[in-house]
Design a protein around this ligand. Structure first.
Ligand SMILES: [Zn+2]
Ligand SMILES: [Zn+2]
Length: 254
């Protein structure tokens, strides 16, 4: 079960041999569910590739082929890694000594050397990286996608920038459609029965609306945008504003 599907971008990779089981706490109460869980676990386990020379991995959005993997000799760890190990040991002791006592030779965070060759560029110098042995890598199939516009692996920086820009644009569109008297957080009407927080002064998010029109529900659900607005409002000098208990204050300005 180690095949790649044509549309599958990556698998997970690491230095440890493939696991044969997944440690779970508790198990489903029905026999069929337990069986389904075992089948599901097989599929998860098949999504792992143990790194070895020749395996393709992603580093810094570029494809590299593993040239060499090496343990750092235990006596050459250096102070930084020794300190990390001491901390891990401390955590194990404080944490009730669960699991086996970390040993330098098998500790997941031990320094490991990864020598990688830019794929398809045999004349470029290989790079030497040092990282924890249990670092999770993204492994590529032999046939992988690259963006023809920029040569990066997907998602390339362009795609990410465009996605963020589209998200902001969609957000701005929805914000611009909120009618006066509606909450700038959820976009729904603030009824006279609902507690609301009003921000006096110009409407920072909807400059097209009149002064004192910025209103949010006081409820928890609308708190994230409300607090974001409050921060911007306070940064501009704000003015002590209070949630109003007058029901007519909560009606939209006609
Ligand atoms: Zn691109
Ligand atoms: Zn709301």
């Amino acid at each position: 079960m180690t095949r790649w599907y044509p549309s599958q971008g990556t698998k997970h990779g690491g230095t440890h041999p493939p696991f044969t089981t997944i440690n779970r706490i508790g198990e489903p109460s029905s026999a069929m569910r337990r069986q389904e869980q075992r089948i599901h676990d097989k599929r998860i386990l098949a999504n792992y590739v143990q790194l070895a020379p020749g395996v393709l991995v992603i580093w810094d959005r570029q494809p590299y082929r593993v040239l060499e993997l090496a343990e750092r000799p235990l006596d050459l760890w250096g102070e930084k890694h020794e300190m990390r190990f001491a901390t891990a040991l401390e955590h194990w002791e404080i944490g009730g000594k669960r699991g086996e006592r970390p040993e330098k030779a098998t500790w997941g965070g031990r320094p490991f050397v990864f020598v990688l060759q830019p794929d398809g560029k045999p004349h470029e110098k290989p790079i030497h990286l040092i990282g924890p042995a249990n670092h999770t890598w993204d492994v590529l199939p032999e046939h992988y996608w690259i963006c023809s516009a920029c040569g990066e692996l997907p998602p390339c920086r362009h795609q990410e920038a465009e996605r963020i820009a589209d998200h902001h644009a969609a957000h701005a569109d929805v914000l611009m459609d909120i009618p006066p008297g509606h909450c700038l957080g959820c976009g729904e009407f603030v009824t006279s029965r609902q507690q609301a927080t009003r921000f006096p002064g110009p409407n920072l998010w909807r400059p097209d609306l009149p002064e004192n029109s910025a209103v949010f529900h006081a409820r928890q659900e609308c708190s994230t945008p409300r607090e974001r607005y409050r921060e911007q409002w306070e940064a501009r000098g704000g003015m002590k504003q209070q949630p109003s208990l007058f029901p007519d204050d909560n009606r939209p300005a006609a």
